[in-house]
Design a protein around this ligand. Structure first.
Ligand code: FE2
Length: 426
């Protein structure tokens, strides 16, 4: 092996018992072995911390991030009031403002270990302000994050004249993925028709599809079924994602079983958004209140690919969030009762490989020959990373450190306290 530019020493990989050295040359992973004799220019000692490929956020609304309270707060906490407030905000949205907020939120995500992001851009205004702003952002941030942009008809495609034309205009302008929101159309019939339009445009522009699907507590919202059938009919297997699918929590079990089977057959990935949906759903319930998430455990058991999205970062739908995928995953595993040992590891995998599959990323993963995009987390296992919301000590992109975090030290009297018990969850 030629002399590497950088070697990361003593890193823990999720699939290896022994600590590994990772040699990086010309921006790529040159070699991974348990002890490399190479003497590089630079070294990073990982001290047994976890090295992983970057987190992937497959679902966020970067046009709306950091707008909470503007023009007003969501007092009911409902999804519908969120859409109303966003409608008011949209009336005077300007591109500079969108860009500034989006770049800020992307930096928050990158510094916590994310490098691949799929964002939705609302395409219901004639000027396509959000989309045009995010297309510029995509170019501006490309050295530290990859952006995919979904043309997202937040108000529905058929709820106002010219909705389908705007969606098409967005694709012609450079949006990467076709979005939809069938459960928000006026009627079930309009919802079905909106999906016909989504598929027609996806075929015409050769784009993947990512539809906000059944994001409601209404168990009669059944567009996931149709999305799967349509995917099979149109030969779009492996190119479609169903975001949210929260109504599935309230389907009767035999029907949920049927839908999960259809999603699997159609190769549809599901994206769950635990932070928003635990807060937004169940708002019409008294007690007991529903948890508001799709059936993550059952979907994974059936072999459906499930990713986890952040969705909102301080916007009209969810006033909190800090761009941490570990926080979204922590919420997910608690709400979905996935606290079993292997289940927690599965949830961690959803943040990386499952979501990378949704974005159809190439060269993803810590393997020789792949781009040296990786993160060293301040934890010695996936479970400890989830439990502690571990900091990203180093974030590397093409072999360069692009972000780092110095973790806080905690003291009881004058003794440092580490929130970790050696040997457990290693
Ligand atoms: Fe969303």
């Amino acid at each position: 092996m030629e002399n590497p530019d950088l070697v990361i020493r003593r890193a823990r990989l999720t699939d290896q018992k022994k600590l590994q050295d990772i040699a990086i040359r010309n921006g790529k992973i040159a070699r991974i072995a348990d002890s490399l004799s190479a003497v590089p220019e630079k070294e990073i000692d990982a001290h047994g911390r976890l090295a992983i490929p970057p987190f992937v956020d497959p679902h966020v609304h970067l046009d709306a991030v950091l707008t909470v309270g503007s023009p007003r707060y969501n007092l009911s906490g409902t999804l519908i009031e969120g859409i109303q407030i966003w409608g008011e905000k949209k009336a005077d949205l300007n591109a500079q403002d969108v860009k500034k907020r989006a770049v800020e939120a992307i930096k928050w995500e990158v510094v916590q270990g994310t490098q691949h992001i799929r964002t939705h851009a609302d395409v219901c205004d004639p000027g396509l302000t959000a989309l045009n702003a995010l297309l510029e952002v995509k170019d501006e941030v490309k050295d530290y994050a990859d952006l995919q942009i979904v043309a997202f008809p937040q108000d529905g495609i058929l709820r106002f004249p010219g909705g389908a034309d705007l969606l098409e205009k967005a694709l012609a302008a450079g949006a990467d993925v076709v979005g939809g929101i069938p459960h928000h159309e006026r009627t079930r019939e309009d919802g079905l028709e909106s999906l016909d339009i989504v598929f027609k445009l996806a075929q015409k522009y050769n784009k993947d599809i990512d539809v906000h699907t059944d994001e409601t507590d209404d168990d009669h919202s059944r567009f996931a079924e149709h999305l799967a059938a349509k995917t099979l009919k149109e030969g779009f297997e492996g190119r479609v994602a169903a975001s949210h699918t929260t109504a599935m929590h309230s389907y009767n079990n035999p029907y949920a079983f049927k839908v999960i089977g259809l999603l699997k057959e159609a190769g549809i990935s599901v994206i769950t958004n635990p932070l928003d949906n635990i807060a937004l759903q169940g708002r019409f319930d008294t007690y007991p209140k529903r948890r508001g998430l799709t059936r993550v455990k059952e979907l994974l058991e059936a072999g459906v690919n499930v990713g986890i999205g952040h969705d909102s970062i301080m916007d009209p739908w969810y006033p909190l969030g800090k761009g941490s995928m570990l926080e979204a995953a922590f919420m997910c595993l608690n709400v979905t009762h996935m606290t079993g040992y292997e289940e927690m590891r599965q949830i961690f995998k959803a943040l990386t490989f499952n979501s990378a599959h949704i974005l159809r990323l190439e060269g993803y993963g810590l393997e020789e020959g792949n781009p040296a995009n990786l993160v060293i987390l301040n934890a010695n296992s996936e479970i400890n990373a989830l439990r502690q919301g571990a900091e990203a000590l180093y974030v590397l992109r093409a072999g360069m450190v692009i972000a780092k975090t110095e973790p806080a030290k905690r003291f009881f009297l004058d003794q440092e306290v580490k929130l970790e018990v050696p040997g457990i969850y290693e």
